[in-house]
Design a protein around this ligand. Sequence first.
Ligand SMILES: NC(=O)c1ccc[n+]([C@@H]2O[C@H](COP(=O)([O-])OP(=O)(O)OC[C@H]3O[C@@H](n4cnc5c(N)ncnc54)[C@H](OP(=O)(O)O)[C@@H]3O)[C@@H](O)[C@H]2O)c1
Length: 317
Amino acid sequence: MKKKEILLFGASGQIGRNLIRKLSKNNYKITAVTRNIHRTGYILKTQANPGYLDLVEIKDFNSPRIDELIKNCSICINLIGILYEKNKNQFKIIHTDLPDMLSYKANLYKIDKFIHLSSLGIENADDSKYAVSKLEGEKKIFKNFKNSIILKPSIVYSVDDKFTTNFMTLLSRLPFMPLYYNGLTKFKPIHVTDLVEILYQIIDGKHKQLILECVGPEVLSFREILDQLLLSINKKRFLIPLPLPLAKLSAKVLQLLPKPLLTEDQLTLLKYDNIESGINKTNYDLGIKSERVFKTELDKYSFNWRTGGQFAKKNDL
Ligand SMILES: NC(=O)c1ccc[n+]([C@@H]2O[C@H](COP(=O)([O-])OP(=O)(O)OC[C@H]3O[C@@H](n4cnc5c(N)ncnc54)[C@H](OP(=O)(O)O)[C@@H]3O)[C@@H](O)[C@H]2O)c1
């Protein structure tokens, strides 16, 4: 069977690595762009069957190599995203200007599909720089490439994520955990394998001009997520509702860490529910269910954070 050509930006991230595995198993040939081949090459190379993955290092996104790569692909997928701003990595550059440029070139070279990952629950968050930059990116993309497909996932979790793993580390180390907005914000976490299945159906299918919200099977509040994490790592901690001024102060401190655990902008975004909007289609509307249950999946990798590790008994505190 003839291999199909995919160009992937942001391939070394949680979603990208899982997607490469799925695509290469299904006869897609992938060109993965990374900023530092020495840092990410070894993780990426092991994801695909031999002959199905090429790695390209691009440090400067004004490089003419981008044109050459887009010209030679049939599907371009953009998974590049950041959670906080640092130096040159500003939300507007990464979430608005970069997808603007990629979708413009995708249209210029008349490729078959442009697929982009945005985020759920950002429509009303006009006080969050992250949300505004992602929404602006969506608008630019549709303006440039009208048949684009934009996926908007809720929290994507797995052993490689930056959400459950960070919180399990915090819950293990702190004697108590602050509850922002009384822990009431709602999420519909989706396991990375289920999100990759949605992406695969979109890549392989005939969908055009689509905004698709990608959600898991359960609605969980922030408090319920923390409760399930604690249960899974077999630890007891006080969950303390934090008044907003104190929460803001804690974010001001936590964002000073080299890899910030919480920024002021993330705290702002946490105010908004992260569930389907009712405006766009969801994966369920396309008949693509997400059946992996948060607690069941979590139990498969949370032992790293449990005292005594994988073989500790459930109530050995
Ligand atoms: N994970 C979630 O819970 C979640 C939820 C909603 C939406 N999303 C969106 O889904 C997409 C993929 O998420 P993910 O979890 O796989 O992200 P991730 O693990 O953080 O990976 C993002 C990738 O973006 C690239 N990147 C980061 N900063 C960059 C920069 N300044 N310039 C160029 N490339 C840069 C990196 O690639 P290299 O280091 O190889 O260059 C990295 O592998 C993102 O757009 C994210 O916003 C994720």
